[in-house]
Write a protein that binds this ligand. Structure first.
Ligand code: FES
Ligand SMILES: [Fe+2]
Length: 432
């Protein structure tokens, strides 16, 4: 349970709020690079700020204020030039540093005009990594953008899924340290949704939680699971401060504002050994809906089920009314760490896990309970036997709405037909 004040502290993300200022110490994934294959400008709302993300004709990404400093027109309707974005109202031009580099009429009327100096627009550094666009909104100098191990993998098919979630980010992120919900929300509920009754999934018998530099891990023992299992010895990762990492994919709960979250998910699937070498030309990004035609939340896919829990807790979960139990020990741990961190950063300390050394940032390994499967790759025969890989051959289980062309590309990469059956010869090579 939290006091109303502490509940506000973890949920408010606007500029000048404790959590808002804290989260600004991190690089945040905000969009897919491939979104900009067919557009140049995108309006973005992040941490309570309205912004404009663009890619100029030279390929440089920039994140600037939504409003033009001239007379406040909406820059997300601007158009890009070789360098920078131009306001569609009177043509003022801004680069990725926020400098005003052109004011057409002012430049004509008074070439030596001093107006440009005053007309810097708010801007934030942008980087790309793993097919994602990352932005940093905090105090400069910006820390390094960590290159997590999965971003360095070869022979993987990667895709990015994005959803708009109409609730606060913190309740979404608490889900990243909640092992028991797998048994109920994903296992038992899915069985009921399919119209099947018994049996119940294996019970959780034991939980543990540990902290490390880049977050926390939760560990579990379920009925019938040997203690040597990596789900107990390694566990799953609450990636500080807004991520979740399960070895094969990341999920970030990106705070749009106090009442909205952008779910940004990144999935990597190592193709069977027989399909190597596989080089992906482009990482697709697609948008996943969360409501069905009947206006109810969609429950058919794993992360959609999670989303039902998040939005079900209310727009901003009222933690003054909750009753935490033994399954929530991880939740208490991460809340306490956030409160300590907010204090530490106020005193001038670096936020948890922030990396300043470029050498360190080049490769950041994370605990992974399924290294072989996700990182190293396995032969076809092992795919058929692996519960984690085999299901994915038939259908994308995480988010609803995977576009057909993404499924087709996935099938080509993995060497299967659209029904998930392995093809005899490597796809792409002419049959004899
Ligand atoms: S309002 Fe943008 S150039 Fe005038
Ligand atoms: Fe879940």
């Amino acid at each position: 349970m939290l006091t109303p004040e502490r509940n506000r502290m973890v949920t408010q993300v606007g500029p000048g709020t404790p959590m808002g200022d804290y989260l600004r110490n991190y690089w945040i994934p905000i969009a897919g690079v491939s979104e900009f294959d067919d557009k140049q400008v995108k309006p973005v709302r992040l941490l309570g700020e309205n912004l404009t993300l663009y890619k100029d004709l030279s390929g440089t990404f920039g994140m600037v204020d939504r409003h033009c400093p001239h007379r406040r027109a909406d820059l997300s309707y601007g158009f890009v030039e070789e360098k920078g974005i131009r306001c569609n109202y009177h043509g003022w031009l801004f680069d990725e540093n926020g400098d005003c580099i052109g004011q057409p009429y002012e430049d004509t009327a008074n070439p030596k005009n001093p107006l440009r100096e005053k007309c810097k627009v708010k801007s934030y550094p942008v980087k790309t990594l793993g097919g994602l666009i990352w932005v940093y909104m905090g105090p400069l100098p910006a820390p390094e953008l960590p290159v997590y191990e999965p971003f360095t993998r070869k022979n993987c098919f990667v895709e990015i899924g994005i959803s708009d979630i109409p609730c606060n980010w913190f309740q979404c992120q608490e889900n990243s340290i909640d092992p028991v919900h797998f048994e109920w929300m994903h296992d038992n509920w899915s069985v009921r949704l399919r119209g099947e009754g018994e049996p119940y999934a294996t019970k959780h018998l034991k939980l543990d939680f540990d902290e490390f530099d880049h977050g926390f891990v939760y560990k579990r023992v379920r009925e019938g699971q040997p203690e040597g299992s990596t789900l107990w010895t390694v566990g799953r990762v609450f990636l500080w401060p807004m991520g979740f990492y399960l070895g094969g994919h990341f999920e970030w709960r990106v705070p749009v504002d106090d009442e909205n979250t952008l779910s940004v998910t990144w999935f990597s699937y190592h193709v069977p050994k027989e399909q190597e070498p596989y080089v992906q030309e482009r990482i697709p990004t697609w948008f996943s809906p969360i409501t069905g035609p009947d206006g109810r939340w969609i429950s058919s896919h794993i992360i959609n089920q999670d989303i039902i829990a998040w939005v079900g807790q209310g727009v901003i979960a009222d933690r003054t009314k909750e009753n935490l139990g033994a399954s929530d020990r991880g939740i208490s741990m991460i809340r306490n760490r956030f409160f300590e961190e907010l204090e530490a950063v106020k005193q001038g300390k670096d936020a948890k896990g922030v990396i300043r050394d470029p050498e360190v940032a080049k490769f950041v390994d994370l605990p992974n309970a399924n290294t072989e499967l996700y990182r190293d790759g396995l032969p076809r025969e092992a795919f058929k036997k692996s519960p984690l890989l085999a299901g994915r051959l038939k259908r994308f289980p995480f988010l609803v709405g995977q576009p057909r062309e993404v499924r087709e590309e996935f099938c080509r990469a993995v060497g299967i037909d659209m029904d998930g059956n392995f093809l005899d010869e490597k796809v792409g090579e002419p049959a004899e």
